[in-house]
Design a protein. Structure first.
Length: 140
């Protein structure tokens, strides 16, 4: 009996997965048809917008956009090559801006000596920008 229930549950799970992926394949958006379960296309290297002096911010506490190449940078659990230039120890000799003050604040609001682990994955907030025509107009 137990076996039968398990088999039925497995069947139902498989069935819903098939239905979901069939639906995903049919989704068409302004970007054209793309399947929801496929990874997003990376932007073309030539399309990345690089701005001398950095991008203007839309509001004070906006994470600034990245104005340079990050192709060779790696952010993993044990490594973060962004900090070769942006850390407290290296920013001066690399002539780069130091990571923001907010990066030294812990979850409970206390100040830290080292950057907070909440800020380890830089690209969670900082992104490069592509020089492409917007799909939808925006006056923000
Ligand atoms: C080889 C050194 C170097 C590395 C590695 C590097 N950066 Fe930078 N970064 C710079 C320099 C120099 C600037 C200033 C560029 C400018 O203003 O023209 C900058 C600017 C920035 C800015 C804009 C700051 C602002 O106030 O506008 C951000 C955000 C940034 N980098 C994030 C990153 C992230 C995230 C990584 C890793 C994926 C990274 N950087 C890796 C040197 C580096
Ligand atoms: C959770 C979001 C978040 C993460 C993760 C994050 N940042 Fe930021 N970053 C911000 C915000 C918000 C600001 C603007 C406020 C500030 O300056 O603290 C900022 C500012 C900066 C600046 C500009 C500082 C200045 O004074 O002009 C640099 C450079 C920077 N971040 C680099 C990095 C790097 C390198 C990492 C990864 C080690 C990183 N950030 C991770 C949100 C983030």
């Amino acid at each position: 009996m137990r076996q039968a229930i398990l088999t039925t549950m497995l069947g139902a799970a498989l069935f819903s997965t098939c239905v979901l992926s069939a639906q995903a394949a049919e989704i068409a958006s302004l970007r054209g048809e793309s399947s929801l379960d496929a990874p997003a296309n990376a932007i073309e290297k030539t399309e990345q917008k690089k701005v001398e002096g950095g991008f203007d911010r839309a509001w004070d506490l906006q994470p600034p956009s990245i104005p340079h190449d990050i192709e060779k940078d790696r952010i993993t659990l044990t490594e973060n090559t962004c900090m070769k230039c942006h850390s407290k120890d290296n920013f001066e000799k690399e002539n780069a801006p130091e990571i923001g003050e907010s990066h030294y604040i812990a979850r409970d609001g206390s100040e830290l000596d080292k950057p907070s682990s909440r800020r380890h994955f830089c690209s969670q907030c900082h992104t490069p920008q592509a020089d492409i025509a917007p799909l939808v107009g925006n006056s923000f």
